[in-house]
Design a protein around this ligand. Structure first.
Ligand code: IVH
Length: 680
C-alpha cells in the first residue's frame, strides 16, 4: 500500500496525522494478513508500525480512537455482560438433511408461496454454514460501536469489547458509500489450527480441553475478561444485514459484495446459482471440500437471492421462508473398542462409556464415546474388541453408531450390565419405565463428586477455576462433603494443593465469593434437581421470583407453571422437602449465597404479583396475557390461593371466580386488566 504521506515519518508530520496514517496502514495490513491471506509486510514490520502508534497514543492519549488497532488488545474485565435487545430479531433456519428436502422444503415452498410455476427458476445464494456462533455488529458512521451475541434471537449479550479483539474485523469501515448505520450479522469461529493450539495449551495447564471448535469459540467470545479473548485468534464471516439506514441492498449478492467492499470479511466460497439444482450441486461440492477447509462447516445455507422476493416470502415461527440450512450428515470414523468403562453420574445413573483406540474425526481426537445405555449396548450387540463406527455430530458427545460385524474374529467379549456400583459397591437397580441402571448408594462418592462438579460448572454457578480436577482434589483431601462446604474453604485449604499458588487460591476464593450473588435460575439449575435443566430452572425462577417461594411451594402450584408437568413438579417438590437437601440449601444461605431472581422479574411494575386467568378470554390469548404479566415481572399461576393478587375473569368464569370472591381477591374483567397494564 502506498500512501504518499507515509513514505517518511519526519518530525514535521504532527503526531495526529501520523497516528491517523498508522491506523489506516495497520488496518490495511491486517486485512491483507487476516482476510486475504497475502501479507505485504513481515510480522516484525507490522509490529514496528503498531509500536509506533502505541507510542504516539501513550504520549498523546487524546489521539486514541475507538477504531485504533491498539484498542483490540482487550480492556478491563467486566462483572457480567449487559443484555442487548436486537433491533430486528435474529432468526434461525429450518433444516434440510438431503437433496429431496432442499428441493421440497425450500424451492417447492418458495414457488408455492410466490405462485410460480414448478419449472420457473429461482436464483439462490449458497454459502457455507459456518459452525460457530452468531453475532450482530453495529457500525455507526463506519465505526464499530457495538456487538452482541445472538442469545435467544431477541436478546443477546453485549460482547463489544471482545469482538474488538478480532483481528480480521475492521474497527472502521473503508471504501465507498459507507452507510450511516449498518447492522450486520455474522458467525464467529475458530480455525481448526487455532482450536488445536488452544486445547494443547489447556491440557498443559491442566484445564479440560474444549470438545469442538464451536464450543471453544463460544467460550472465548464469552470471556468476561477481554484480554483472554484477545489471545484466542477468533475469526468471523459476515453473512446477513440487520437494520440498515442510508443504503438499500437489492439482493444477498449485492449485500455480500458491499460488505466485502467496506472491508468486512465475507466467505469467498459463497456462490450465486440459477436454480435449486445449483444449490443441490453446491451442497455436494461443499461436503467434499469440507475435509480440506481450515475451519468447521456443518452444512450450507441457501437463501433466495432477491431481497424483494425475501420480503414477499416473509417468515414463519422464527425462521424465514426464503432460506434453509442444508445440514451435512455427521462425520464418522472406524476404530476399535478397547474397553467399556462404567461412569456414575450425579443422579446415580451408570452409563457405559466406550474407550476407543484414538481416532481423529474432523480435527478432533476421539478416544471416548457414549454408548448411551445398556439396552442400546445389547441391541447393537457391541462387544469389547469390536471394530466400531464412531460419529461426532455438532456439539454432541461422540457416539458409537454400530459394529462392523465383518471384522469380528471371535475374540470379542460381551459386556454384561453391572450388578454393583463400580464406585461404592452398592446394588444397582433398574427403575420401572427407565432404561437407565441406577446405583442406589445414598452416599455414593461418585454421585457426590458429580453433583459438586455440576454445581460449580459453567452453566450452573459458574465458579471460575473450580473445575473438575479441583473438585476431585478437594474431595480426596476430605475438605468438602457437600456443595455448602465449598463456601467454607480457606486460602490455606487451597494452598495444600499441588501447583496452586497464592494467586490461584485468591482467584478461586474470589470466584466463590462472586458466585454468592448469583441468578436464581442458575442456582436452581446448580442444585441438580432431577429433570430440572437450565431451561426449567429459568422457568421456575421467573415463576417463583425467590428461593423462599420455591422452597415453600405446593405441588399444585408447581404443576400450574407453564411447561412443568407432573413428573418434573414431583421431582422439584420432593427435592425441597427432603431434609438433607433442605439442610444444604439452608447452609448455603447462611454462608451468604443469596440467589436473586432475574432482573426482568424483579424490576417490573407487577413484580411478585400473582395472576390467575379464568374463563374464556376474548380480548387476548392466554399466552399473550401471560407474556404481558411476565414482562412486568408478575407471575401467572393456575390455581387460586390466598397469595393470588388478581383474578382476571373472561366469559363463563366458573368455580375460580366464586373462590376468588370468597377469598376477597381483586377480580378484573379483561378491559380492567388492560387498563391496569396501561396505568403502570
Ligand atoms: S443466515 C435468517 N448464513 O446458522 C437467516 N446463517 O440456523 C439467518 N450460520 O444462527 C442466518 N453460517 O449462526 C446464515 N452463511 C450463513 C451461516 C449462518 C452459519 C448459522 C447462524 C444461524 C444459524 C441458523
Amino acid at each position: 500500500m502506498q500512501l504518499s504521506l507515509l513514505e517518511n515519518s519526519e518530525p514535521r508530520l504532527n503526531a495526529e496525522n501520523r497516528a491517523k496514517e498508522l491506523r489506516i496502514l495497520l488496518q490495511y495490513h491486517n486485512q491483507r494478513y487476516y482476510q486475504l491471506d497475502s501479507p505485504e509486510i513481515s510480522d516484525a514490520e507490522y509490529d514496528e508500525l503498531f509500536r509506533e502508534l502505541a507510542g504516539l497514543e501513550e504520549r498523546y492519549p487524546e489521539l486514541v480512537t475507538a477504531d485504533s488497532p491498539t484498542q483490540r488488545v482487550g480492556g478491563a474485565p467486566v462483572d457480567r455482560f449487559r443484555n442487548v435487545t436486537h433491533r430486528l430479531p435474529m432468526l434461525s433456519l429450518e433444516n434440510a438433511v438431503n437433496d429431496e428436502e432442499i428441493v421440497a422444503k425450500l424451492d417447492g415452498r418458495v414457488k408455492k408461496e410466490l405462485g410460480l410455476a414448478e419449472n420457473s427458476p429461482v436464483s439462490y445464494m449458497c454459502e457455507p454454514k459456518m459452525d460457530g456462533l452468531a453475532v450482530e455488529l453495529i457500525y455507526e458512521n463506519g465505526t464499530l460501536t457495538a456487538a452482541s451475541t445472538r442469545g435467544d434471537g431477541v436478546t443477546g449479550e453485549d460482547v463489544t469489547q471482545n469482538i474488538r479483539t478480532l483481528h480480521g474485523l475492521p474497527l472502521c469501515l473503508t471504501g465507498k458509500d459507507v452507510p450511516p448505520l449498518l447492522e450486520v450479522r455474522g458467525e464467529v469461529y475458530l480455525s481448526l489450527d487455532a482450536f488445536q493450539k488452544i486445547n494443547r495449551d489447556r491440557e498443559e495447564n491442566g484445564d479440560p480441553p474444549f470438545v469442538n471448535p464451536r464450543n471453544a469459540a463460544a467460550g472465548s467470545l464469552r470471556q468476561l475478561d477481554s484480554r483472554i479473548t484477545s489471545r484466542r485468534p477468533l475469526s468471523i464471516f459476515c453473512y446477513a444485514p440487520g437494520f440498515v439506514e442510508g443504503v438499500q441492498f437489492s439482493s444477498q449478492q449485492e449485500f455480500l459484495a458491499s460488505a466485502a467492499g467496506w472491508g468486512l470479511p465475507v466467505n469467498p466460497l459463497a456462490r450465486l446459482v440459477d436454480n435449486v439444482d445449483g444449490a443441490v450441486a453446491y451442497y455436494h461440492e461443499m461436503q467434499e471440500l469440507r475435509e480440506s477447509l481450515p475451519y468447521e462447516i456443518d452444512g450450507t445455507v441457501v437463501k433466495v437471492n432477491s431481497f424483494q422476493l425475501q420480503r414477499e416470502l416473509g417468515e414463519k415461527s422464527r425462521s424465514p421462508l426464503w432460506a434453509i440450512a442444508c445440514k451435512f450428515p455427521p462425520r464418522q470414523a472406524e476404530t476399535q473398542l478397547e474397553d467399556v468403562l462404567l461412569s456414575v453420574g450425579r443422579t446415580g445413573v451408570i452409563t457405559p462409556v466406550a474407550q476407543l483406540r484414538p481416532v481423529e474425526i474432523s480435527g478432533v481426537t476421539v478416544s471416548r464415546a457414549t454408548l448411551h445405555n445398556w439396552d442400546e449396548l445389547a441391541a447393537k450387540d457391541i462387544r469389547i474388541g469390536d471394530t466400531v463406527v464412531v460419529e461426532r455430530a455438532g456439539d454432541v458427545i461422540p457416539a458409537v453408531v454400530r459394529v462392523v460385524a465383518e471384522r469380528r474374529n471371535g475374540s470379542e467379549r460381551v459386556v454384561p450390565p453391572p450388578e454393583f456400583c463400580p464406585e461404592c459397591g452398592s446394588g444397582v437397580v433398574r427403575i420401572a419405565d427407565e432404561v437407565a441402571l441406577r446405583c442406589m448408594g445414598i452416599s455414593c462418592p461418585s454421585q457426590i463428586r458429580e453433583s459438586i462438579k455440576h454445581f460449580a460448572s459453567r452453566g450452573a454457578m459458574d465458579i471460575e477455576g473450580l473445575g473438575d480436577k479441583v473438585v476431585e482434589q478437594l474431595l480426596s483431601l476430605g475438605l468438602i462433603h457437600t456443595v455448602a462446604d465449598l463456601y467454607r474453604l480457606t486460602k490455606d485449604d487451597f494452598m495444600r494443593f499441588e501447583r496452586m499458588g497464592d494467586k490461584l487460591s485468591s482467584n478461586l476464593l474470589n470466584a466463590l465469593e462472586a458466585s454468592k450473588a448469583c441468578d436464581l435460575s442458575r442456582f436452581v439449575f446448580a442444585l441438580g434437581i432431577r429433570h430440572v435443566g437450565a431451561r426449567t430452572a429459568k422457568t421456575l425462577a421467573q415463576a417463583f421470583g425467590s428461593l423462599d417461594n420455591l422452597e415453600k411451594t405446593t405441588l399444585e402450584e408447581l404443576m400450574s407453571v407453564r411447561d412443568i408437568g407432573a413428573t418434573v413438579a414431583q421431582s422439584i417438590f420432593t427435592f425441597f422437602n427432603t431434609p438433607d437437601n433442605q439442610s444444604v440449601v439452608r447452609q448455603l444461605q447462611e454462608l451468604g449465597v443469596n440467589p436473586a431472581a432475574v432482573a426482568k422479574t424483579v424490576g417490573g411494575r407487577l413484580s411478585g404479583k400473582k395472576f390467575v386467568f379464568t374463563g374464556t378470554l376474548t380480548r387476548f390469548s392466554r399466552d399473550h396475557a401471560r407474556k404481558l404479566v411476565e414482562d412486568q415481572g408478575g407471575n401467572v399461576v393456575g390455581s387460586i390461593s390466598r397469595k393470588t393478587d388478581y383474578v382476571v375473569a373472561g366469559d363463563e368464569a366458573g368455580s375460580k371466580l366464586i373462590k376468588a370472591r370468597e377469598l376477597g381477591i381483586t377480580v378484573l374483567g379483561e378491559d380492567d386488566f388492560l387498563n391496569l397494564l396501561e396505568s403502570l
